[in-house]
Design a protein. Structure first.
Length: 192
């Protein structure tokens, strides 16, 4: 049985989390990784090169057979000095995905946390702990990978192929309620 290939993206300037689910050689899989970067200067060229490096690395993960890409929505209340660059990264990634006709769905940070823990305001470390417990066979080593895996898991569930033990009934209702606030018909969330 072939399961859909879903990619989850938790964007960051320093450590972008990537997860994918699907089938390889007839066996379902889930995998995580990170794209790490450091600033090489504060010039416009250095900052643009960094963003383009991340976009290119992500594009390398999104294969031609990808059925869905699930990306965490921007944290609009962020007050980081790098908010502008992070926003630019988000739009560059979304633009590349849409330009290459990949179906994209946006998941708000609170929905990601709720799917993982049952609480939309759960801290990053609570999400990481929940992910490590729920997916013990996947080598998740940090918050970015955990967030990306939750996004991929949500996408796989939306396509009828949940990766959690217990399948469709593998999560409590409080966790599953996170699925109802998402525009699962690809790219509708971009109009929000």
């Amino acid at each position: 049985m072939t399961t859909p290939r879903v990619v989850g993206l938790d964007l960051s300037l320093t450590s972008t989390g990537i997860a994918s689910t699907g089938t390889a050689n007839g066996v379902p899989y889930a995998a995580v990784d990170r794209i790490t970067t450091k600033p090489s200067g504060d010039t416009i060229r250095a900052r643009t090169a960094r963003l383009n490096h991340i976009v290119d690395a992500i594009h390398g993960w999104v294969a031609a057979d990808t059925d869905l890409v699930v990306i965490e929505g921007p944290a609009l209340a962020s007050r980081s000095p790098h908010t502008h660059d992070r926003s630019g990264l988000w739009w560059l990634v979304v633009n590349r995905l849409i330009a290459n006709d990949y179906p994209v769905v946006i998941v708000p940070p609170s929905s990601r946390a709720k799917y993982a823990t049952g609480k939309g305001n759960a801290a990053k470390d609570a999400v990481l702990a929940a992910v490590v417990r729920r997916y013990p066979d996947i080598d998740v080593t940090g918050n970015d990978e955990a967030d990306a895996l939750i996004l991929a898991a949500m996408g796989a569930r939306s396509l009828g192929h949940p990766i959690e033990a217990g399948g469709i009934n593998g999560l409590p209702k409080a966790h599953l309620d996170a699925m109802t606030k998402i525009a699962w018909t690809s790219t509708e969330g971009l109009a929000a």
